[in-house]
Design a binder for this molecule. Structure first.
Ligand SMILES: C[S@@+](CC[C@H](N)C(=O)[O-])C[C@H]1O[C@@H](n2cnc3c(N)ncnc32)[C@H](O)[C@@H]1O
Length: 309
């Protein structure tokens, strides 16, 4: 197999917005193949400290090799970034200067059929970022009840035909277990007609992936922790790739710009909530046409940035 490649999305824009200086402590929650991390390391210099999370062991290995010459400055954490708060405290730190999240899949996930994320390359129905986890897409598709499957497809794929698809999956799995990505994609293709250029299985695959990896739940929790860990003037930059993620980032940032979170009925504030953020991107930053032409996988990216008060 050739060397796995991932082209970092919004690289210049994200690094510029992190507003880094020499000697700072920065967290890259999504190391991937280390493209963003490499640029962060150049900015923070030899006295800087970069803490990285990556739950995919293959990407972690590739990134470690790529960032070898900086290894003394990097703390590698081979865990889900949902453990951000506890891991920062294990390092005896109570705050950081900047946090980056470049969410979702890396190119090797899509290109390597064995990972089971893609219906274009046939592979086992897997979809786990972290292979230590036991729940796979195959288990969900072959053992969940019809209603639960339909709910997952609707909630995380925003697929209006979720009930019809779930019913068809149940029928088909009675005949033969659904074990591969191509098998599942074919079942969905047979079930729903669409005029759109997008493959009819796209939303179902997105839904399963989000569910298996608990992506939205983990994002929501970690945004809280990351924002609360930022030093004054520290920046948080989040690049998301679908509307469900972007909505969470947008709402979470907005929440932390409030002075009060008391119910509207209360005549006086009792919450003592303190505004924590300024939003620096009223609208998300998106890749320009040159970037999208060079890297079509960047087309859905949206970047939001906020600064701690
Ligand atoms: C879009 S890629 C990041 C690419 C990286 N910025 C680069 O330039 O190479 C996202 C990476 O984050 C990892 N990832 C996604 N969710 C994660 C989570 N909750 N915890 C830890 N790693 C995660 C994925 O395995 C993937 O390698």
């Amino acid at each position: 197999m050739s060397e796995p490649i991932h082209t970092s999305v919004l690289l210049k824009e994200s690094i510029d917005h992190l507003n880094l200086r020499a000697g700072q402590t920065v967290v890259d929650c999504t190391l991937g193949l280390g493209g963003h991390s490499l640029e962060i390391l150049k900015k923070i210099g030899s006295k800087g400290h970069l803490i990285v999370f990556e739950q995919d062991e293959e990407n972690l290995k590739t990134a470690k090799e790529r960032l070898k010459k900086f290894e003394k400055q990097i703390t590698y954490i081979d865990e889900n970034f949902e453990n951000l708060k506890s891991q920062i405290s294990n390092l005896k730190l109570d705050s950081v200067d900047a946090v980056l999240m470049d969410l979702g899949l890396s190119s090797p996930h899509v290109d390597n059929a064995e990972r089971g994320f893609s219906f274009k390359n046939d592979g086992p129905l897997d979809m786990r970022f972290d292979k230590r986890q036991t729940l796979t897409a195959e288990k969900v598709v072959n053992s969940y009840k019809e209603n639960d499957l339909a709910d997952i497809i609707f909630k995380y794929g925003e697929e209006r035909k979720s009930r019809i698809i779930a019913r068809k999956i149940i029928e088909e799995r009675k005949i033969k277990p659904i074990k591969t990505t191509a098998q599942l994609a074919e079942i969905i293709k047979k079930t729903i007609r669409t005029k759109s250029k997008t493959h009819p299985a796209t939303c179902v695959f997105q839904a399963l992936r989000i569910y298996i990896n608990r992506e939205l739940e983990v994002l929501e929790k970690t945004l809280d922790d990351a924002i609360n860990l930022l030093k004054p003037k520290g920046r948080i930059v989040v690049i998301s790739y679908h509307s469900l993620e972007d909505r969470i980032v947008k709402q979470k940032f907005k929440y932390y710009t409030k002075d009060c979170i008391c119910p509207k009925e209360l005549p006086l504030c009792q919450c003592n909530f303190q505004k924590k953020l300024y939003i620096l991107t009223k609208r998300p930053i998106i890749p320009n046409s040159i970037e999208v032409a060079k890297n079509p996988r960047a087309r859905s990216a949206k970047m939001r940035v906020a600064e701690a008060i």
